[in-house]
Design a binder for this molecule. Structure first.
Ligand code: SF4
Length: 288
């Protein structure tokens, strides 16, 4: 099977068959993001994608999960996604879950009826990068989306019944907006009630515009303590009963996991203990 450029998938899709229906990300503008900087965005011809799958037909029976890549597969026309999902359903007998990255923009461009069709055919989980709930931060990092865009998209997702896995980034607002990042993100999660919310921790990568902001002093990264204060403030303010909360990404200073709101006190206690003991995960374990 042919793959183009850098291919990414969420950690929980490690055992999935990755089907690259698009190359790169249609936004590819976020100042902090290193993922697809070398890739020219392209929507692949869906018949080419299916032809590639035919080449690996002998391995189909190994897979129970499929992940449609790259950065925002929902940018595909609904009819093309339907064709691909129909092919998966007809040819991969053991697949019981189909997932994709999606942006709020992609979701909002589709009608509820189109989204319902995709869900009914088996695309049941969408991974969506909110990054932050603070409109000023979203503007500063050129995300190209607003708080309202996320609320509108999640209303549709929740109406259809998608599982939604949301990522947010501690430290994305730097020292200037850490409080806003915590509080507005907590408000956004409260307003949208996703299935999962996962914290990442801001890292400045050299090949990104954010690196220039860091060098010039415009962006001041948070220390490990400050990152934990930010996540703590988020937890104090969020109200999203039943949402599964995680900070188990490699970038994080402390590994957390629980269910909101019932595990809030335990999660905060773990943060406080980590702050007291200064027992932050070392850089080596955080992928540095
Ligand atoms: S963060 Fe997401 S939307 Fe932004 S450039 Fe990276 S992949 Fe694209």
């Amino acid at each position: 099977m042919r793959y183009y450029g850098n291919v990414f998938r969420p950690p929980s899709e490690a055992r999935s068959l990755i089907i690259q229906a698009t190359v790169g990300c249609s936004n590819n503008n976020c100042t902090f993001c290193y993922m697809y900087k070398d890739d020219q965005f392209k929507i692949r011809d869906i018949d080419d994608v299916i032809a590639d799958l035919e080449d690996v037909r002998e391995y189909f029976s190994y897979y129970e999960r499929v992940f449609i890549a790259d950065g925002d597969a929902l940018v595909l026309k609904t009819e093309d996604l339907v064709k691909l999902i129909d092919y998966i359903n007809e040819n991969m007998p053991h697949v019981n879950r189909i997932a994709a990255y999606a942006t709020a923009g992609d979701i909002n461009r589709k009608s509820v009826k189109e989204l319902q069709t995709l869900y009914d055919k088996g695309l049941t989980i969408l991974y969506i990068g909110f990054e932050s709930g603070d409109d000023q931060i979203l503007k500063d990092v050129k995300k190209g989306l607003t708080y309202k865009d996320y609320v509108d998209a999640m209303e549709k997702c929740n109406e259809v019944g998608f599982e939604t896995s949301i990522t947010v980034i501690a430290g994305l607002g730097g020292r200037a907006r850490w409080r806003e990042n915590a509080i507005e993100t907590a408000k956004l999660i409260t307003d949208t009630k996703p299935t999962y919310v996962s914290y990442l921790t801001m890292r400045v990568y050299e090949n990104t515009p954010m690196y220039e902001d860091y060098i010039s002093g415009k962006f001041e990264p948070l220390t490990a303590e400050e990152i934990l204060f930010e996540i703590r403030l988020f937890l104090e303010n969020v109200d999203s009963e039943g949402t599964i909360f995680r900070s188990n990404h490699a970038s994080n200073y402390v590994l957390l996991g629980g269910v909101l709101n019932e595990d809030r006190d335990d999660l905060i206690a773990t943060i406080d203990q980590t702050l007291k003991e200064k027992n932050f995960r070392p850089g080596m374990l955080r992928g540095f």
